[in-house]
Design a protein around this ligand. Sequence first.
Ligand SMILES: CC(C)(COP(=O)(O)OP(=O)(O)OC[C@H]1O[C@@H](n2cnc3c(N)ncnc32)[C@H](O)[C@@H]1OP(=O)(O)O)[C@@H](O)C(=O)NCCC(=O)NCCS
Length: 258
Amino acid sequence: MTFFEGVREDIQAIFERDPAATSTLAVLLCYPGLHARIAHRINHWLWQKKFKLLARWLSQVVRFFTGIEIHPGAQLGRRVFIDHGMGVVIGETAIVGDDVTLYQGVTLGGTGKEKGKRHPTLLNGVFVGNNANVLGNITIGENSRVGAGSVVLRDVPPNSTIVGVPGHIIYQEGKRVLITDPRDVKDPLSDVIIALAGEVREMKERLGLVEGAPVSQDASEKHLRAVRTLAEEDGERDQYRFTQKPFDPEYTEIASGI
Ligand SMILES: CC(C)(COP(=O)(O)OP(=O)(O)OC[C@H]1O[C@@H](n2cnc3c(N)ncnc32)[C@H](O)[C@@H]1OP(=O)(O)O)[C@@H](O)C(=O)NCCC(=O)NCCS
């Protein structure tokens, strides 16, 4: 594929993914993501030809004009679309597949603890929402989506959606994933919840309240359920609120206006 064929594909990708793209001239003039992509093709070529300082310096010049910092060593696939772009950082050993979309503020960075391949690999069709951080030598599976503002520190299987800090998977292969075990969340706070859950269970056991199946479930189990309607979900939340109120008068008082 020639340089110009690559650029033409990039422009086409912008038309396909951004309804605000009105004309080729507007795309050529107003999309810093496209400018950064074009410059990266040159910088990456220079990097491979061992003109490393020149390539790095040029990538900083591009950063000045676009707000997008792509290390010249990073490998970007075809039809990668960086929308808005400001604040995007793509590290040296990052690999970005074909048809990937990145929004402003996305960091494909290192954790500061690794050497060698220390930046993420995004497989084809991945979508990363604005200000998300994907950190370390991890892989985001094909067609997976990273929510805005998330911090992803672990591999993500294909066709999944991950959100939150730290990121947890909420959809996998079209099904909603419910976290029912705090050990599934790799967060220091979840340690506190795990300890509390253990104490609650112990107290229930002492009071003879535990019947039949164990209260806590194996952390390795995957808890999948079909996607439900909003009305069903609202019903579940109402029920939760209703059952919580009698045990927590303060909650009722604070939340009474909601
Ligand atoms: C992650 C994302 C793709 C998920 O979209 P979706 O599949 O339609 O998911 P839903 O909207 O049904 O959300 C599912 C759940 O995840 C939560 N969620 C969605 N996005 C989230 C995010 N970024 N961070 C934290 N939680 C999020 C929702 O609150 C919802 O929780 P609930 O079921 O407990 O109410 C989307 O929310 C997102 O973040 N898109 C990025 C958009 C963007 O960057 N735009 C920039 C424009 S300039």
